[in-house]
Design a binder for this molecule. Structure first.
Ligand code: ADP
Length: 233
């Protein structure tokens, strides 16, 4: 049996639930979910030179430069755990990043990813972002006011960029770029995902579109495995 390579890009505004769905799809397909926001936040915590440079950009809600982001993503996608595919959450965010990724994949003759574009009303987004807190230890997101992380008991904090001013800026930048990204991708393998539904319902849509097969016996989703040409012969 030969494993299929699955590449997915999750587009959509901050707060639309891309991170949650990326992790679920990652578990179902056995491929990494790559969040560029998470990579940058780790870099900040490490106190590296790059981390110190991007810290202020992140807190303001602005975007980190395309050149740095392209380099970060190219390096991450070249790692061995991406052999059977990947899920990108938070990249590309600009047309220049999308064009870069296109060139990178063409160069590798890697085929083309499926695009899942999450959408949600602006009112709902502001409510969600303003109310969310994350665990300082494991990064799990909590929608309401929980006293502590229910996994490791660590304190919860609000992300610096979830303050009202930064939220408005992130949404403004999202609006500025999203039209160009949609025009770039819409004639490809492009799907709109209505993100105001229960997470489980969204996962079902996403899994079906991404080719995750339901294991009827256990009711569990399994990665799609294709028979190799020799096995079919
Ligand atoms: P959200 O989608 O909720 O804004 P992320 O964790 O995806 O959160 O990103 C947090 C921040 O990291 C962004 O506001 C931006 O400053 C930076 N960032 C993440 N991905 C990119 C990217 N592809 N290009 C530029 N900046 C990025």
């Amino acid at each position: 049996m030969q494993r299929r390579r699955t590449m997915s890009i999750l587009l959509g505004p901050p707060g639309s639930g891309k991170g949650t769905q990326a992790k679920r799809l990652s578990a179902a397909l056995g491929i990494p979910a790559i969040s560029t926001g998470e990579i940058l936040r780790h870099e900040c915590q490490s106190g590296s030179t790059v981390g110190r440079q991007v810290e202020r950009v992140l807190a303001s809600g602005q975007l980190v430069g395309d050149e740095l982001m392209n380099e970060v993503v190219a390096k991450r996608l070249s790692q061995s755990d991406c052999e059977y595919g990947w899920i990108l959450d938070g990249f590309p965010r600009t047309l220049a990043q999308a064009q870069f990724l296109d060139r990178l994949l063409k160069g590798q003759d890697a085929g083309f990813p499926a695009i899942f574009d999450f959408f949600l009303s602006e009112k709902e987004l502001v409510t969600r972002l303003g109310g969310r807190h994350e665990c300082v230890q494991c990064g799990r997101i909590f929608a309401g006011l929980a006293p502590q992380c229910d996994i490791d008991g660590s304190p919860l904090v609000q992300r610096a960029d979830d303050q009202p001013k930064a939220i408005r800026e992130r949404l403004r930048i999202y609006r500025q770029n999203s039209g160009k990204l949609v025009r770039f991708y819409r004639r490809r393998n492009y799907h709109r995902i209505w993100a105001a539904r229960a997470p489980e319902t969204i996962s079902q849509d996403l899994f079906r579109l991404a080719g995750v097969e339901r294991n009827e016996a256990g009711g569990k989703y399994e990665p799609l495995v294709l028979a190799s040409p020799s096995a079919c012969a």
